[in-house]
Ligand binder design. Structure first.
Ligand SMILES: Nc1ncnc2c1ncn2[C@@H]1O[C@H](COP(=O)(O)OP(=O)(O)O)[C@@H](O)[C@H]1O
Ligand SMILES: [Mg+2]
Length: 363
């Protein structure tokens, strides 16, 4: 069942149109991530849903109640929308202690003192902030302040949580821990989470479904993490979900040749007809070997990155990136040096229409 419906939203600031005709539907109980590059309009959308901004056109409904509809003169204030919100700048009140910051929503709701205290302590424990309740925000690190903001959003057990990049200031371990906590909490409480980020890894790890937004504020694909990663509908999504190789090819009858040479791409040719095709694959989908069958190339660059080895390989004027686990490279004799030749095959390869790719390159 739908809990948030965003319908045909438009929003401009002066000449700059951030959203044109945005439509989005979020189901009750799911963790839905909006993933897109910086500046694409994620925060603006969250502020529209929370009621801190008013759209120029369109409608937003929460739990089947229209909360925003400028054409009908409807605009329900933020505090009546029943949301827990953590904004990107996690504004905690500087003059209030951690305890008072976190307890604020319960105080406003006039909850009894004892309940307030228990709930604040419980929530602080959940975000790893026990013992710091008497501190002022100025006595906390950025990451700790971010956790105070998160605790404040969670304290009233909202059934709907809007989280705008809530983990960006945390160090890697804590980020992973909090990511897990948010997911656990959402499962336990059956809460709906709308999570906004530019971080692909978090999005894949946390989401039931995610929507990929491009620079122009258009949603390119909405699906589960696996489909988004493995079955991207266009090159923008493919490229955004990790480093991608896009290699130009030339048609030779039913087959395709790499770059400017005469070597065939060892992969089933594309279905359908496009004037020009491009082969897309991830570095981890390229297999390298010292010899054997496949396309021949030369290692132009070899980079040791600890757990991984990265190679840049030239094949008849085309350059492709590959990555392999260092352990595997050592065990299988695949520690190539720059200038050495190798043979390449593919684990996976997607065909893209070159016209749709031009758009990605342009952006
Ligand atoms: N209050 C505002 N006034 C003018 N421009 C704004 C305002 N808020 C956001 N923008 C612009 O809208 C675009 C989208 O911003 P934002 O939603 O913050 O992006 P992000 O996806 O990084 O969260 C940006 O170009 C930003 O400069
Ligand atoms: Mg933002």
């Amino acid at each position: 069942m739908e809990i948030i419906r965003v319908e045909g939203i438009a929003k401009s600031y002066g000449q700059h149109q951030v959203h044109k005709e945005l439509t989005l539907s979020i189901e009750r109980g799911e963790c839905f991530t909006l993933l897109g590059p910086s500046g694409c309009g994620k925060t603006v959308l969250l502020r529209l849903i929370a009621g801190f901004e008013v759209p120029d056109a369109g409608r937003i409904a929460i739990d089947n109640t229209v909360v925003t509809d400028p054409a009908a003169g409807i605009n329900i204030p933020p505090d009546q929308r029943g949301l827990g919100v953590v904004f990107q700048d996690y504004a905690v009140w500087p003059h209030m202690t951690v305890f008072d910051n976190v307890g604020y929503p319960l105080k406003i709701a006039k909850r009894p003192k004892g309940e307030l205290r228990d709930r604040v302590m419980e929530t602080l424990a959940m975000v790893g902030m026990s013992g710091l309740e008497r501190r002022l925000p100025s006595e906390l690190s950025g990451g700790q302040q971010q956790r105070v903001a998160l605790a404040r959003a969670l304290v009233a057990n909202p059934s709907l949580l809007l989280l705008d990049e809530p983990l960006t200031n945390l160090d890697a371990n804590l980020r992973e821990e909090m990511r897990f906590e948010i997911k656990e909490l959402q499962r336990k409480l059956g809460a709906t989470v709308l999570y906004v980020t530019h971080d692909q890894e978090i999005a894949l790890a946390i989401s039931d479904r995610l929507a990929i937004m491009d620079e122009a504020g258009r949603i390119r694909q909405t699906s589960n993490p696996w489909e988004i990663f493995e079955r991207p509908t266009d090159p923008f999504v493919f490229n955004f979900m990790g480093i991608a190789n896009f290699v130009p090819v030339r048609r030779a009858g039913e087959s395709f040749l790499v770059g400017g040479g005469e070597q065939l791409i060892p992969w089933e040719p594309p279905q359908g007809d496009a004037p020009k095709w491009v082969a897309g694959f991830r570095p981890s989908d390229v297999q390298v070997a010292p010899e054997g069958t496949g396309i021949r190339g030369t290692v132009k660059r070899a980079s040791f990155l600890g757990a991984m080895m990265h190679y840049l390989i030239e094949v008849d004027g085309a350059h492709l990136r590959t990555s392999i686990e260092t352990h595997e490279a050592v065990a299988k004799g695949l520690m190539f040096k720059e200038g050495e030749t190798c043979v390449i095959s593919f684990r996976d390869l997607l065909w893209f229409n070159a016209d749709s790719l031009a758009e990605v390159v342009k952006q």
